[in-house]
Design a protein around this ligand. Structure first.
Ligand code: ZN
Ligand code: FE
Length: 262
């Protein structure tokens, strides 16, 4: 487990299954503890016992089993409230606090903003607390989620919304996919110096068996191929390189399709 300090809360990061991360957000000013996307209950129960805390809430970004399978046992054990997208209520096990996809609410001293970010699934939402973004399977280190339900246009719009967050915002995504993602990034954005540096840094990090996550919005904007279409110079270079003439959303689609068969 790794712990990150924010001004008003701590974030405990638990690696589970092959490559999932569960996040436990501990309010510094109240007994509130929010578990983001519990794929499993047992590692959460174990860590909470060690820390002597109780999950008062569960925040689900979307309905997939590797983000919600722990809901049942956590609700049974702690009577945690399950906070998730009202529009996806029928698919979120044990949902008890349905919120609008784009909304603002408070739990304990935490001011939480939810953002509607469809694409990976139609009901996918992200949570922003101060300078921390919990984006599930929408934005990854060096990548973005697969389009299981949404359209390319929806995902591109969702990613653009996340890119508007402050550059210093920490990106707490739900999977450790960064290195394979960056290998694809290198293929499609070969001239990017910041990307080269990131590959070096993150390769070292993984050799030490540490997480590459959280990254930051600034780093993702500079190195993530699925955010690079925001940059006019990148679009120009990509078109030239591939002998095509596409605009930003089309370049995003081109990249996402290319990665599916990469
Ligand atoms: Zn998913
Ligand atoms: Fe997932």
């Amino acid at each position: 487990m790794w712990t990150y300090q924010h001004q008003h809360f701590l974030v405990h990061q638990l690696p589970v299954l092959n490559d999932n991360y569960i996040y436990i957000i501990q309010d510094r000013h109240s007994p509130v503890v929010c578990v983001v996307d519990p794929a499993l209950a047992s590692p959460v129960i174990e860590v909470c016992a060690q820390l002597n805390i109780k999950p008062t809430h569960i925040l689900n970004t979307h309905h997939h089993w590797d983000h919600t399978d722990g809901n049942k046992e956590l609700v049974q054990t702690y009577q945690s409230k399950v906070v998730a997208n009202l529009a996806d209520a029928s698919r979120i096990p044990h949902i008890s606090q349905a919120i609008a996809a784009d909304s603002q609410f408070q739990i304990g001293s935490l001011n939480i903003r939810s953002m509607d970010v469809p694409g990976h699934t139609l009901g996918h939402i992200a949570f922003v607390i101060d300078d921390a973004l919990f984006c599930g399977d929408t934005l990854f280190g060096g990548g973005c989620g697969r389009l299981f339900e949404g359209s390319f246009a929806q995902m591109w719009q969702s990613l653009q919304k996340l890119a508007l967050l402050d550059d210093n915002t920490k990106v707490y995504c739900a999977h450790e996919y960064t290195l394979p993602n960056l290998r694809f990034a290198r293929d499609v954005d070969a001239g990017n110096k910041k990307l080269k540096q990131r590959i070096k840094d993150d390769t070292q990090t993984r050799m030490k068996q540490q997480p590459t996550i959280p990254s930051s919005i600034g780093l993702e904007k500079a190195t993530n191929p699925f955010l690079r279409p925001l940059n006019a110079a990148f679009i120009q270079a990509y078109n030239l390189e591939n002998k095509i003439n596409l605009n930003a959303p089309e370049v995003f689609t081109h990249l996402r399709e290319r990665k599916n068969t990469w």
